[in-house]
Design a protein around this ligand. Structure first.
Ligand SMILES: Nc1ncnc2c1ncn2[C@@H]1O[C@H](COP(=O)(O)OP(=O)(O)OP(=O)(O)O)[C@@H](O)[C@H]1O
Length: 417
C-alpha cells in the first residue's frame, strides 16, 4: 500500500520542500550557540510524539511501542536558512501494528501536527513506516487484552457515563463542583462513583467526610461510600501501608489502577476530578477512558477563562467530547443585588471559544454564586447541595447543580467506536 511506504513530510511552515541552497553547518552552529543540540531536538520530538494517539487503539503511539526511534541531524540544505532559523532533518521510525495499515495516513497526519510548531527551528520530517516485529506485537496484544478485561468502563455496552471535570488553573472550585455534582447525581437516584484523579492535590475524601479505607478483598479493593457516592482517591490510603505502595512510579499509573484494581460494579455515572491544567492525567484519562466527556470549570475573570479554554482544547488532540462549561464564583448576592466580584463573562467566553474551535455546541451549563455554605459544608464533610438527610437541599445552588446534572445526562453520549 502506497501510504505505508517511507515518505518525506515537509514540515516547515509550508515553505516548500526545502531543497534550495543553504548553509546547514552555519544553521547548526547558530542553533548550537543557543544551546539547541540534536539530542534536545530528539528529546523534544519524542515528547511531542507522546501526545499522538493511535486512532484504532486509542492510546499514544509511544505507549504502544510504535515509535521505533527518532533520528535528528542538522539540515544540510535549506531554503529557509537565510533568516537564521536552524533547520533539522528528523526521521521518525513508525512501526505499525497491522501490515497494510489502513489508518497509517491518520497517524502520519497526527505526527506532522504534533511537530509542526516546533519552537527551536524548522523541522524537515521524514516518517519511515514499517511493521512491528511479531514478538513485540504479541506482547503488546497480551498487555492490551489484560487491560481491557480489567477496565470495566470501556467494555462494549458499558452503561456508565463518565464526566471528567477539568479546569485550566487551580482554586476555581473544580473539586467543589465535582463533589457537589456527584452528590447531586446520587440524590437524583443515579448509581454514582467518583475518582480523585488530582493525584497530588486530592480533596474528595475531605469534601465527602470520608475517613474509611477501602476494603481489600484478596487484592480487589472495595471503595468507601459517602452520601451515596463510591469514591476512590489516593487520599483514602493516607497513613496506611498502601499509601507507600502507591507512591513513585505507580502513582503515574494510579488512574489505571483505580479503574482495574477497584470493584466499581456498574455505576450509571463516574465523575473524575482532574488535576488543574492540561497535563498528563488528561492523556491518561483519554487513553484509559476514551468515552469520557469533559466538563470545564472556570471563574468569570479572564486569567481563569483563558487557561480554561486551553484545558478544553485538549480534546482536539484527545478523542474526548466536551460537554459544557460551568462558571463558578459568578456573583455574590447581597441584599438582593448580584455583586460581580470577579468580573463577568468568563464562562460564556469559554463556551463561545470552545464551540467555535471544536465545531459543536459547548454550552454554558450553569453559573454558581459565591456562597459561604459551599466552603463551610465542604469543611464539615457534607456536600453543600445536600441537606442533613442526604436529600437535595432547597437552595438555588442545589437547583443549579440539578439542572447541570440533568443537562449532562441529556447530552448525546460519545460512542466507544
Ligand atoms: N462557589 C463558591 N463559593 C464559596 N467558596 C467556594 C466556591 N467554590 C469553591 N469555593 C472554595 O474555594 C476553595 C477552592 O475550591 P476547590 O478546592 O474546589 O478548587 P479547585 O479548583 O479544585 O482547586 P485545586 O485545583 O487547587 O484543587 C475551597 O476552599 C472551596 O471551599
Amino acid at each position: 500500500m502506497a501510504s505505508c511506504m517511507a515518505s518525506h513530510d515537509g514540515v516547515h511552515d509550508g515553505a516548500g520542500d526545502g531543497a534550495g541552497a543553504g548553509a546547514g553547518a552555519e544553521d547548526y552552529s547558530d542553533a548550537s550557540a543557543r544551546g539547541i543540540t540534536p539530542q534536545k531536538v530528539h528529546d523534544d520530538i519524542l515528547e511531542a510524539l507522546r501526545h499522538v494517539i493511535d486512532p484504532e487503539l486509542g492510546r499514544t503511539i509511544t505507549d504502544l511501542g510504535m515509535v521505533g526511534g527518532v533520528d535528528v541531524a542538522p539540515a544540510a540544505h535549506t531554503a529557509d536558512a537565510d533568516d537564521g532559523t536552524p533547520a533539522w532533518d528528523v526521521t521518525v521510525h513508525l512501526e505499525l501494528t497491522v501490515p497494510g495499515c489502513p489508518l497509517s495516513e491518520t497517524i502520519r497526519r497526527r505526527i506532522r501536527a504534533a511537530v509542526v510548531n516546533y519552537p527551536h527551528g524548522r523541522i524537515r520530517l521524514t516518517i519511515e513506516t514499517g511493521v512491528m516485529e511479531s514478538a513485540k506485537l504479541k506482547a503488546l496484544v497480551a498487555r492490551l487484552k489484560a487491560e481491557r478485561r480489567a477496565n470495566p468502563f470501556t467494555r462494549k455496552g458499558a452503561k456508565t457515563r463518565i464526566f471528567a471535570i477539568a479546569s485550566g488553573k487551580g482554586g476555581v472550585g473544580k473539586s467543589s463542583v465535582t463533589a457537589n455534582l456527584a452528590a447531586t447525581f446520587a440524590a437524583l437516584g443515579y448509581d454514582t462513583a467518583a475518582i480523585d484523579a488530582d493525584i497530588y492535590g486530592f480533596s474528595l475524601p475531605r469534601l465527602f467526610g470520608v475517613k474509611d479505607q477501602p476494603t481489600d478483598l484478596d487484592g480487589m479493593l472495595v471503595p468507601p461510600e459517602a452520601w451515596g457516592v463510591r469514591l476512590m482517591s489516593i487520599g483514602v490510603f493516607a497513613g496506611s501501608d498502601r499509601a507507600i505502595l502507591w507512591r513513585g512510579p505507580r502513582l503515574q499509573r494510579s488512574l489505571e489502577q483505580f479503574l482495574s484494581d477497584v470493584w466499581w460494579g456498574d455505576p450509571d455515572v463516574l465523575l473524575l476530578d482532574l488535576a488543574p491544567g492540561t497535563g498528563d492525567m488528561a492523556i491518561s484519562v483519554a487513553q484509559a477512558l476514551p468515552n469520557a466527556e469533559l466538563v470545564v470549570v472556570t471563574t468569570p475573570q479572564p486569567s481563569a477563562s483563558e487557561v480554561a479554554v486551553r484545558a478544553g482544547l485538549v480534546s482536539l488532540q484527545m478523542p474526548m467530547q466536551v460537554d459544557g462549561v460551568i462558571e463558578n464564583m459568578s456573583y455574590f448576592e447581597h441584599k438582593g443585588e448580584k455583586l460581580r466580584i470577579f468580573g463577568e463573562g468568563g464562562g460564556q467566553r469559554v463556551s463561545d471559544q470552545l464551540t467555535h474551535a471544536l465545531g459543536y455546541d459547548v454550552p454554558l451549563l450553569g453559573q454558581l454564586p459565591l456562597v459561604p455554605e459551599l466552603r463551610e459544608t465542604a469543611e464539615s464533610g457534607r456536600p453543600a447541595v445536600l441537606d442533613e438527610n442526604g436529600e437535595l437541599a432547597q437552595s438555588s445552588v442545589a437547583k443549579t447543580f440539578e439542572n447541570v446534572a440533568r443537562a449532562l445526562m441529556q447530552r448525546e453520549r460519545p460512542s466507544l467506536g
